[in-house]
Design a protein around this ligand. Structure first.
Ligand SMILES: *[C@@H]1O[C@H](CO)[C@@H](O)[C@H](O)[C@H]1NC(C)=O
Ligand SMILES: *[C@@H]1O[C@H](CO)[C@@H](O)[C@H](O)[C@H]1NC(C)=O
Ligand SMILES: *[C@@H]1O[C@H](CO)[C@@H](O)[C@H](O)[C@H]1NC(C)=O
Ligand SMILES: *[C@@H]1O[C@H](CO)[C@@H](O)[C@H](O)[C@H]1NC(C)=O
Ligand SMILES: *[C@@H]1O[C@H](CO)[C@@H](O)[C@H](O)[C@H]1NC(C)=O
Ligand SMILES: *[C@@H]1O[C@H](CO)[C@@H](O)[C@H](O)[C@H]1NC(C)=O
Length: 760
């Protein structure tokens, strides 16, 4: 111990001596240990290495949160032997700031788990929480208790949040209150609030944070979620339950979203992946709305690496899919050290300038800009970005700030301050925008994905077809339903008992195969199994088979069972209640599907087909029953020059004696199965009627209906069976039966919600 101590002392001395010739020195582990916790080093003891202390939940590292190894081999801040590093209990800000009331118990300090209760002096009434608990993130739960009495003021008493002081006791119109935080707390949110004519205070109640106070993913998700949703929609667009019709009034103009992710040394490699995935999640969530923003996405340290260029959007050169591809493919090379926040702001300023030049001043007025930063702000080396932010504001506001028609809503700057040691003083002033918090303080990047996942809860979005959760968490039944909310089982208890799969194509209709029914089956014998929170089994009002479906039509031509037009619609007695577990799938040639595919302007059926079936081997899926609900079968549709060979196998099916496979397999069928290039799954009997589908981001589009196959390959109870060389499946291609779908689903003279089919 003594020897190692003197060695490191010697090493330090050597480093000092050689400073003039720029020899890099390693740091030492002396006095680094933390009592009750641990630490990680980003680059061992090499210069530039970042040390991060960690404590258990409810504790935080003290006195330092992080240390950086400097070129001369000393830590910044240096460890102090007389003030050893330890884990301290998380403290909550002092609640004894309540006016006109009492706080119990009165304490010097309040720690995690401490419970406080509040009551008001007589004559005063309480708003807020009468009891609060100090949480592990350093905040009190519930809301600030306020004791007030009716004074006839225009605005209600805005109260005093824990740890704060307020100046201003007049609550009339145009009166101001100012807040500051006591001791070593700092203020997040509105420093100043003004009483408005409508009886509300501007801004939001501020909060006092310690360095160890964080926002939970849930808090961030709610705050940021409501702000970004406001940007993406108007309130009406999500609510179509009342009239049964969809009202979509998206704000006109263009939305530009600029995203910057800090990858400097204070962000670890795994964290980079987390950040990247979180950004992808965010973009996917945004894409579930009917807006198609333009994106500029950069990663930065002391340099800016552009992954997606917004100018490519202006030129129509890039689609959402390639944005996500670019993100996935981006690799961090030999990144430079340091963080140059100002450089990123300048990069975005530059892009905005180009846009303005390109579209002209008039049209630029209709452009809204949302800047989103992920950084801890540490080790900034490019100077303050504030002058750049001022220039950006100037450009977007067009010098109209404060005047009538203020353009503040055209610019939002959000900062997600993430890390063990956040530079709040530098970062918080950079945020701007109306309506809610723009500064979020999070401990770990891992929490981001969860945050963005929760931003847009699929259950809230009523009108969007095919919207689903594209990942699984628990793998249980409900989880599966969230992934395939359009899935239904069709139970036929009529002449031949049979179970098929079907798909919900509107709140009132299920699409399935015609061969699931036998001549003479009555609607009352059919049940639809779907969970929408109501009764699980739904009654059917009407069975509608395709008018051209005729199983025996080609008996004389050598086809015992002819499955052309094997589609049926089932009209439900009651519409299904739409939620995250019960929602229609998108079907071809509807306006909704064009929206889901991000086709802008007046789109055509052909365009949709080109997007969905563009390759001559196109990956599609369908479902099979398997505990806990279903499993997904993975197949390739053979199109173009691959189709002929695929359908030829139809001649191997039992009951087919014709020599021409085209007699049995008309152009209305898609063909899957076989082993060439990919071993497809093969359909089993119970899979009939199910959707053959394709996902496009967070939306699912149905392409076909599972109809018939050449071989009975399935025997086991497990439906996830692979194809043999000769087995093929044939599915009705929905693009070929649009008149039928349109006739019933698009009928706007009925008492159900019609789908809007494209004219061409
Ligand atoms: C610093 O440590 C690295 C390995 O951790 C070692 O290779 C290098 O020689 C050390 N440098 C000095 C100046 O001690
Ligand atoms: C190491 O360098 C930093 C500045 O880079 C300086 O503040 C510190 O005093 C130096 N430490 C020693 C031991 O020379
Ligand atoms: C605060 O948390 C405690 C314990 O979890 C709970 O009993 C109480 O209802 C919460 N109060 C509020 C206002 O949320
Ligand atoms: C939609 O609007 C109706 C009344 O207009 C309301 O009752 C319902 O809660 C709203 N739904 C959503 C999801 O906002
Ligand atoms: C956007 O809407 C506003 C008001 O509704 C209108 O004045 C403006 O011309 C519209 N801009 C475009 C590009 O349609
Ligand atoms: C089905 O086709 C056969 C042979 O063409 C024909 O005789 C029969 O009438 C058709 N059935 C229906 C219901 O159209």
């Amino acid at each position: 111990m003594g020897t190692s101590g003197s060695w490191s002392w010697l090493a330090a001395l050597l480093c000092l001596l050689s400073l003039g010739v720029e020899v890099l020195c390693n740091c030492t582990r002396n006095d680094l240990d933390i009592e009750g916790g641990e630490y990680t080093l980003s680059k061992n003891l090499l210069p530039g290495s970042l040390l991060i202390y960690q404590c258990h939940d409810g504790y935080y590292p003290y006195p330092a949160l992080t240390r950086l190894c400097q070129p001369n081999g000393s830590w910044r801040p240096p460890p102090k032997r007389f003030l050893p590093q330890r884990c301290k209990r998380v403290e909550c800000p002092d609640p004894n700031v309540l006016e006109n009331g009492n706080v119990f118990p009165g304490q010097e300090k309040y720690y995690v788990g401490d419970v406080t209760s509040y009551d008001c002096y007589s004559g005063y009434t309480m708003r807020g929480s009468p009891s609060r608990v100090c949480l592990p993130n350093g905040k009190w739960n519930g809301s600030t208790p306020i004791c007030s009495r009716d004074s006839g003021d225009a605005c209600p008493d805005p109260g005093v949040p824990p740890g704060a002081s307020r100046v201003g006791n007049m609550f009339g119109i145009d009166d101001r209150v100012k807040y500051s935080c006591n001791g070593n707390l700092f203020l997040i949110g509105s420093k100043e609030r003004v009483c408005q004519e409508n009886g509300q205070w501007t801004g939001k109640e501020p909060a006092c944070y310690f360095k160890h106070t964080y926002d939970t993913p849930k808090e961030v998700s709610e705050e940021f979620g409501s702000a970004i949703k406001d940007t993406l929609t108007t309130s009406q667009s999500l609510n179509d339950t009342q009239e049964g019709r969809k009202i979509r009034i998206s704000k006109n103009g263009t939305l530009n979203i600029y995203i910057a992710v800090d990858i400097s040394e204070s962000i670890k490699e795994e964290e980079f992946d987390e950040a990247r995935n979180a950004v992808i999640t965010l973009i996917r969530k945004i894409s579930s709305f009917s807006v198609s923003p333009n994106y500029d996405i950069v990663f930065f340290s002391s340099e800016v690496y552009r992954v997606v260029n917004i100018l490519d959007f202006l030129d129509g050169k890039i689609k959402l899919n390639s944005v996500i591809e670019n993100l996935k493919n981006f690799k961090v090379g030999n990144k430079n050290t340091g963080t140059d926040l100002n450089l990123v702001f300048k990069a975005f300023e530059g892009q905005m300038g180009f846009i303005k030049e390109r579209v002209g001043k008039e049209r630029f007025k209709d452009h809204r800009h949302v800047l989103i930063f992920f950084t801890d702000g540490a080790y900034n080396m490019g100077g303050s970005p504030q002058p750049t932010v001022a220039r950006i504001k100037n450009m977007v506001y067009m010098n109209q700030l404060g005047e009538a028609g203020s353009r503040e809503e055209y610019l939002d700057i959000y900062v997600f301050a993430i890390g063990a040691d956040i530079f709040d003083e530098d970062l918080q002033p950079l945020t701007t925008g109306t309506g809610g918090e723009h500064y979020f303080r999070m401990k770990k990047i891992v929490e981001l994905q969860e945050t963005f996942d929760k931003i847009i809860d699929e259950s809230e979005v009523v009108g969007l077809c095919g919207l689903h959760r594209n990942y699984e968490t628990t793998g249980d039944k409900t989880d599966k339903r969230r992934k395939y909310p359009w899935l239904v089982f069709v139970i036929n208890q009529g002449i031949k008992r049979k179970t098929c799969i079907g798909s919900l194509v509107s709140p009132d209709f299920v699409l399935t195969a015609a061969h699931c029914f036998t001549f003479g089956d009555e609607a009352e014998h059919i049940k639809i199994d779907i969970e929408d929170g109501g009764k699980r089994e739904k009654k059917v009002k009407k069975i509608i088979l395709h008018e051209n479906y005729n199983l025996t039509a080609k008996v004389n031509e050598g086809v015992d069972e002819f499955y052309d037009y094997d589609v049926a619609l089932l009209r439900l007695e009651e519409p299904v209640r739409i939620s995250d577990v019960a929602r229609p799938i998108c079907i071809p040639c509807t306006q909704e599907t064009s929206d889901a595919l991000n086709l802008v302007g007046e789109s055509t059926c052909k365009q949709q087909e080109e997007v969905l079936l563009k390759n001559h081997r196109e990956r599609l899926s369908f479902l099979t029953r398997r505990e806990p609900l279903v499993a997904e079968k993975d197949v390739f549709a053979k199109l173009g020059e691959n189709r002929d060979l695929c359908i030829k196998k139809a001649l191997l099916a039992q009951g087919i004696t014709t020599k021409d496979e085209r007699v049995a397999v008309t152009d209305n069928f898609l063909c899957t199965g076989g082993l060439v290039e990919h071993r497809d799954h093969i359909a089993c009997t119970g899979d009939s009627g199910g959707a053959v589908f394709k996902n496009h981001e967070q939306r699912t589009v149905q392409i076909g209906v599972v109809s018939w196959g050449t071989h009975q390959v399935c025997s086991s109870t497990d439906g996830l069976v692979e194809s043999i060389d000769d087995s093929r499946d044939f599915h009705i291609n929905l693009f070929r039966v649009i008149p039928f779908l349109n006739k019933y689903l698009g009928d706007d003279s009925q008492d159900y919600t019609p789908l809007k089919f494209l004219k061409n």
